[in-house]
Write a protein that binds this ligand. Structure first.
Ligand SMILES: *Cc1c(COP(=O)(O)O)cnc(C)c1O
Length: 428
């Protein structure tokens, strides 16, 4: 790993061309790779040699971009997946199986909550959800003898809570299990969870990393710090021989630095196949090349919009951890000193009706099921993603009917504020 700063790694990390080779990462648009002898290929299948044989498992384009992400997060190994959903599923399923248990923060992305509480539950994995604001005792009480991991989001989508990563890491480690952090909203430009004790980092690269709303994707990065063999009885998948790979024991053969990602690729990618297309990895890399330039602008626009809304008479509440007085301001000062993200949520005094009128009058912010791209967009969860819920159920889930989530893009903050101001004029 290099000692270059984040900005330099965003631009040049992961791929260093040799003499006469392409300056930009090549898109290896090939499903398969050729070998001279069956023996050569056999070594790859046995994980005895490094190389490519089939793009469902690995492709050079993906590996260049994964290497950049590993460097950005300060990890030792990384892999790309077809989506953020696949990344979180693989990250957890790589170490938790039927009969196991995971502690998860309750304020997580709705898709992840569904994955954990419905789909993975059907696979026999139990989750206990704890508030990001829980006490040490409440967190402690969530663990069971069969707990295999702790999960949370640096900045939660859409709740915008900020996680005390050190607290969750300490609890996980005292129970001999890793902390998995979904760092999608903060990106490594604003927070590097591994420096605060996280063991595995995941991303929906669909969001800020791509940043242009053009390619769905995900990633998993391993810190290389978790000592699987020291807790071998909890992690038989990593610490006992894998019969499907001629008795390889991942933690012994690939060490702390490589075991998690090698197993995840060799078993889960082989069997489930949620690989990112090399073309998408190329788009992702284009996004990464400017991530360090874009994030500060997203934050500047988010901050300006949040401040404007907080001072507006028709607005009853604003959630943005960059506002002094926000519930997460202090914790954000610690983990996100350079800014959080461009996503702001707020409530209008007129409730759901006012939110609908307001959004319909916006000219710049489009109504979209998306966040974190160059174009400002917004969504009223009660009228869209959480539409099936009654106002009472919404309130219980912490999503007031009039809540608007706005993802501030890269436009002029003055134009965004003018647009919001004129739309608020139309609201009763
Ligand atoms: C969007 C999102 C996901 C899911 O990612 P997809 O790329 O849409 O599959 C997971 N976690 C967070 C925090 C997200 O915002």
């Amino acid at each position: 790993m290099s000692n270059f700063r984040t900005e330099t790694v965003c631009v040049q990390g992961g791929y260093t061309p040799g003499n006469g080779e392409p300056r930009q990462i090549p898109i290896v648009q090939s499903t398969t790779f050729k070998y001279a002898t069956s023996e050569d290929m056999g070594k790859l299948f046995d994980l005895e040699a490094n190389g490519y044989f089939y793009t469902r498992l690995q492709n050079p384009t993906n590996d260049y971009v994964a290497a950049k992400l590993a460097e950005l997060e300060g990890g030792t190994a990384a892999m790309l997946t077809s989506s953020g959903q696949a990344a979180n599923f693989y990250a957890v399923f790589n170490i938790a199986n039927c009969g196991d248990h995971v502690v998860s923060c309750s304020t997580i992305y709705g898709g992840t909550f569904n994955l954990f509480s419905v789909t993975m539950k059907k696979m026999g994995i139990d989750f206990t959800f704890v508030s990001p604001d829980c006490t040490d005792e409440e967190l402690e009480a969530a663990f069971r003898p069969n707990t295999k991991a702790v999960f949370g989001e640096t900045i939660a989508n859409p709740a915008l809570t900020v996680l005390d990563i050190e607290k969750f890491a300490k609890a996980a480690h005292s129970h001999g299990v890793p902390l998995i952090i979904d760092n999608t909203f903060a990106t490594p430009v604003n927070c590097r969870p591994i420096e605060w004790g996280a063991d595995i980092v995941t991303h929906s690269t669909t969001k800020y990393m791509d940043g242009h709303g053009c390619a769905v994707g995900g990633a998993i990065i391993d810190s290389g710090k978790f000592d699987w063999l020291a807790h071998a009885e909890k992690f038989p998948g990593l610490c006992t021989p894998d019969d499907s790979y001629h008795g390889i024991t991942y933690a012994e053969k690939f060490g702390k630095e490589g075991a998690f990602i090698t197993k995840c690729t060799a078993q889960l990618m082989r069997d489930f196949g949620s690989i990112q297309a090399p073309q998408h990895a190329f788009y992702l890399n284009l996004g990464l090349e400017s991530l360090h330039v874009r994030m500060p602008r997203h934050c500047e626009n988010g901050q300006a919009v949040a401040e404007f809304l907080a001072n507006h008479p028709k607005v009853s509440k604003v959630n943005y951890c960059g506002l002094p007085g926000d519930k997460y301001y202090e914790v954000a000062q610690k983990y996100l000193p350079n800014g959080s993200c461009g996503v702001v949520s707020f409530e209008l005094k007129g409730g759901r009706k006012a939110a609908e009128v307001f959004m319909s009058r916006l000219k710049l912010a489009a109504i979209e099921t998306h966040v974190a791209d160059a174009r400002t967009c917004c969504l009223c969860p009660a009228a869209s993603t959480h539409r099936q819920m009654t106002d009472e159920q919404l309130e219980a889930a912490g999503i007031p009917a009039g809540l608007v989530r706005m993802s501030c893009g890269l436009e002029s903050k003055y134009d965004l504020i003018d647009d919001i101001a004129q739309a608020l004029e139309a609201v009763e």
